[in-house]
Design a protein around this ligand. Structure first.
Ligand code: ACO
Length: 430
């Protein structure tokens, strides 16, 4: 039997079909609502609005479940590499040995940036935020590959995906090197994806540098944890921009900008700044817990709360263990970590946070790990962007391949003035 919902308003009633997903989540299909009734729906922040069907990521915020293509995030973090997970997100299946070799090879071939693009960094101020550079350079890639970035041509899409994945670590590391005035380090294609990135970030021509395999593994795991999260703000942005048939470079550039905001990917930078601030203010954790609860203050505990996870963030549980491992490996005793533990403990016992279901999210610990590895705070959101890239691309690809895709174009309820007679300048009041 076809399931349906019924909408009654005034003296009319309308049957609305129900859509059921593979995990039995249900949606009311309102696509004919406006044409049948003249009504639209209002959903500030899209908390109840499904914008697409997707077979990439499943998450259940109540149960704390996150799966990519059906595989639990815990299993992927433990047993797979970021390259394997990228392949899985993009093509739907875990790769065979041969497929993974080919995929890694195809990406590795494209790690260098055009020299003119490298020089573009010189045009920006030294203290430019690396997310601004990432977005600008990602979009600029489209100017170098004009003959192969048609979003409707499968061959162009294939090579653009490789280019995007290959060049993003180089773009990010160059942004960092520029900010500290060190020479940019060219990619080394004999290294793994993460080791190459660490090498470009932290090596200098004057000294030997060896990538620590434990740090490489931790970074790989962090990238896996961030690789996709269904229709979040930046992913929705990538889909929205892509729905106009802008090229993939442009769509990813827009996604980077969306991720930059402190309520989204920028939160990991904010967490560290908050912990530093609490430390400099005498480590008074209670004062900041009280401030977060005080409705007259704008202060929020950064790294707490999530639009979807209302019990726990499964990524935060994994990342917490990685954090302890990295800090003990690097022999780091970080007072900020003590503050983080105290905040977490206090908030998890506090009725305000319990009632509002505010738990540590993925950003709460990632910043501390990044700091321990040696990344400056400005790079934290950049690391999130590198991790999220395969998810953005997979979502874009799925959208472009779907026959149901239409240009994204929400409606509104207008609340401005009704029609007014135009007043010439000399008749207007001050
Ligand atoms: N500290 C204190 N109070 C909070 C916090 C917080 N971190 N988060 C939410 N609240 C309170 C709100 O004040 C609100 O209270 P009210 O009902 O009395 O008005 C209630 O909890 C619900 O908050 P909303 O903002 O409506 O929840 P929403 O689902 O829209 O927002 C968000 C989720 C943006 C993540 C929010 O919890 C927040 O701002 N957290 C801090 C920033 C952060 O860590 N962002 C990273 C998100 S994860 C990611 O992007 C990877």
């Amino acid at each position: 039997m076809v399931k349906k919902a019924q909408l009654t308003y005034d003296d009319k009633s309308l049957d609305l079909p129900l859509i059921t997903g593979s995990e039995n989540e249900q949606a009311i299909d309102i696509s004919k609502l406006r044409s049948s009734t003249g009504l639209i729906t209002m959903d500030n922040g899209f908390g109840n609005t499904g914008a697409c069907s997707s077979s990439i990521t499943f998450l259940d915020g109540e149960k704390g479940i996150l799966r990519y293509r059906g595989y639990n995030i815990q299993d992927l973090c433990e047993h797979a590499s970021f390259m394997e997970v990228s392949f899985l997100l993009l093509y739907g299946e875990l790769p065979s040995v041969k497929q993974l070799e080919q995929f890694s090879h195809d990406i590795t071939k494209h790690t260098m940036l055009h020299e003119s693009l490298r020089k573009l960094y010189d045009a920006y101020p030294r203290d430019a935020h690396p997310m601004a550079l990432m977005s600008a350079i990602a979009c600029s890639l489209s100017t170098f590959y004009q003959d192969s970035s048609d979003p409707l041509n499968p061959d162009h899409i294939k090579v653009t995906i490789f280019r995007m994945l290959a060049k993003i670590p180089t773009i990010a590391a160059y942004a960092f090197k520029k900010s500290i005035g060190q020479p940019m380090i060219y990619p080394n294609n004999s290294l793994s994806y993460c080791a190459n990135f660490l090498n470009m970030m932290f090596s200098v021509p004057a000294e030997p540098y060896e990538v620590d395999p434990d740090i490489e593994k931790a970074l790989d795991q962090l990238f896996i944890l961030h690789a996709d999260h269904e229709q979040n703000c930046s992913t929705s942005t990538v889909r929205m921009v892509g729905s106009s048939h802008a090229n993939l470079f442009a769509a990813i550039s827009a996604g980077i900008c969306a991720l930059w905001g402190p309520l989204h990917g920028g939160a990991n930078q904010e967490v560290l700044q908050m912990l530093k601030h609490i430390h400099e203010d005498g480590n008074d954790v209670k004062k900041y817990i009280d401030k977060a609860k005080d409705k007259t203050s704008n202060f929020r505990l950064m790294g707490f709360g999530h639009r979807v996870y209302k019990n726990f963030d499964p990524r935060a549980q994994i990342i917490k263990k990685t954090c302890d491992r990295v800090l003990s490996k690097l022999n780091i005793n970080d007072p900020l970590l003590d503050i983080a533990h105290q905040l977490e403990e206090a908030a998890l016992k506090d009725p305000y946070f319990i009632e509002k279901k505010l738990y540590p999210n993925v950003d709460f610990y990632s910043g501390i790990i990044y700091k321990a590895i040696g990344f400056p705070v400005e790079m934290f959101t950049v690391l999130f962007a590198i991790g999220r890239l395969p998810g953005w691309i997979a979502q874009w690809k799925e959208m472009m391949e779907s026959k149901e895709t239409r240009i994204g174009r929400p409606r509104q309820i207008y609340t401005g003035p009704n029609e007014r007679k135009f007043l010439p300048m000399h008749k207007r009041q001050a």
